[in-house]
Design a binder for this molecule. Structure first.
Ligand code: LLP
Length: 418
């Protein structure tokens, strides 16, 4: 459920016509709905009500400070994967004790920063990393709270690029080696073992992979308990899918219904790391049609947003619905919606059935709130889009459009070339 709807044939973000935003802020433009973000966040919170839990929004899905702040204000935390995300999450007001830190390649600087910040826990992905964290914590005369990220070898049945929980993936510690690693961790002086973590993939549209993975983790938990390793935090990662086209993914309530009975008798704090299922359908990318180009057996709609603004179609062949801001009776055509980037792979949609679009017309690329702006780049020296949050009748600029000046910030011409 989201709050981007047609009213009298005109697309609205909550109570604001999207066209008004496009005219006010220019395009390409990311527009987020406050009510949708909040509703999706609360859907998790309500579903798991009654069991101790923290919802650590996956900052990688959308790390805009205003969005992180919204979750912070409602009791949320953050799942981070870099020093940059830690910095942003803290600046946004996320309490450090609600921050969990995953990722296979944490650097010394990043580890020190997280130790200084006193985050809830490191989700450790290898023995080498564990030892490094132990060393650095020792030098800082502190103890690092950790969970091991366990790779449960479960197929989430999603796109191979966003599947992470199989043996062949680089993520986590193989479940068969987990006990050994936990024993090692428990012996390390500057490590405090407090949790267990898993994340099996993204855009998962069934409950069963979550249930199967959790069952495996719980068997491991019992084994660890037998070995005297006390686990207090169970982090089940993110991964719940959304509807981009006609998928019918489970909602947090379905997840809770299947998972909570398995946890009933255990005294744990549950951590979840949803990203896409909170932000995905809470954002759109608004773009303007620059040119129409009809070739012999192909039609192109050339728009002002490219793969640098929204990379998912090019990278994963991902489907994003594209809607005109004004609905009306028009003939349908098949066209490729392409951006201005000099790459054949620069498209937002291929062979898409669309109402005949006019030059200058605005289009909304739907479901762009997660992994949209956060994966954008400056390729082709394109300033990244502005981001706006709509709340009811009001709109707020939450990130300025980049300028030509920002493009060259930090660049330097060496003396010898002057
Ligand atoms: N936790 C961990 C450790 C993760 O690696 C991820 C996502 C999440 C949580 C959040 O997963 P979500 O709830 O959003 O599915 N760029 C890709 C998605 C990559 C996901 C990476 N990890 C895309 O645009 O589809």
């Amino acid at each position: 459920m989201h709050f981007f709807k047609y009213k009298n044939n005109e697309l609205f973000a909550e109570d604001v016509p999207v066209k008004k935003l496009a005219e006010k802020y220019g395009t390409p433009l990311y527009v987020y709905s406050h009510a949708t973000l909040l509703r999706h966040f609360m859907a998790y919170d309500d579903a798991f009500d009654g069991y101790p839990h923290i919802i650590c929004f996956a900052a990688k899905a959308n790390s805009n400070m205003a969005i992180l702040r919204l979750f912070a204000k409602n009791g949320g935390g953050a799942d981070i994967v870099s020093g940059g995300e830690l910095f942003t999450a803290l600046k946004a007001g996320i309490p450090s004790k609600k921050i969990v830190y995953a990722g296979v390649g944490k650097t010394d600087d990043e580890i020190r920063f997280a130790l200084r910040s006193k985050i809830l826990m490191f989700n450790v992905e290898s023995e080498d990393e564990l030892k490094r964290i132990n060393e650095l914590a020792g030098k800082m005369k502190t103890k690092a709270p950790i969970a091991l990220r366990i790779n449960p070898d479960i197929d989430p049945e999603t796109h191979p690029y966003i599947s992470t929980g199989l043996k062949k993936h680089k993520f986590g510690i193989p479940i068969d080696d987990a006990v050994e690693h936990y024993k090692t961790a428990s012996r390390l002086r500057n490590i405090s073992v407090i949790g267990i973590h898993k994340h099996i993939g993204s855009q998962i549209t069934k409950v069963s992979p979550f249930v199967d993975a959790l069952k495996r983790i719980l068997i491991l938990l019992d084994e660890l308990d037998g070995q005297g390793v006390n686990i207090r935090y169970l982090d089940i990662g993110g991964g719940l899918g959304i509807s981009y086209k006609n998928e019918e993914p489970p909602v947090p309530k379905d997840l809770a219904k299947s998972l909570l009975p398995l946890l009933k008798k255990r005294k744990l704090t549950l951590i979840m790391e949803p990203g896409r299922s909170i932000a995905g359908n809470a954002g759109i990318l608004v773009t303007k049609t620059l040119y129409l180009k009809e070739c012999e057996d192909k039609e192109f709609i050339i728009v002002d947003a490219g793969m640098n603004d929204l990379m998912r179609p090019s990278l994963y062949n991902a489907y994003h619905r594209i809607l005109p801001l004004k609905k009306g009776r028009r003939t349908e055509t098949f066209a490729d919606v392409v951006g201005p980037i000099c790459e054949s792979g620069d498209f937002l949609a291929k062979e898409r059935e669309l109402p005949k679009v006019r030059q200058g017309e605005y289009l909304a690329v739907m479901s762009a709130g997660a992994y949209g702006f956060s994966m954008s780049s400056n390729y082709n020296s394109r300033p990244r889009p502005a981001e706006v949050m709509v709340k009811g009748r009001e709109d707020f600029l939450i990130r300025e459009r980049e300028t030509y000046k920002t493009l060259i910030d930090g660049e330097k011409i060496p003396e010898f070339l002057k």
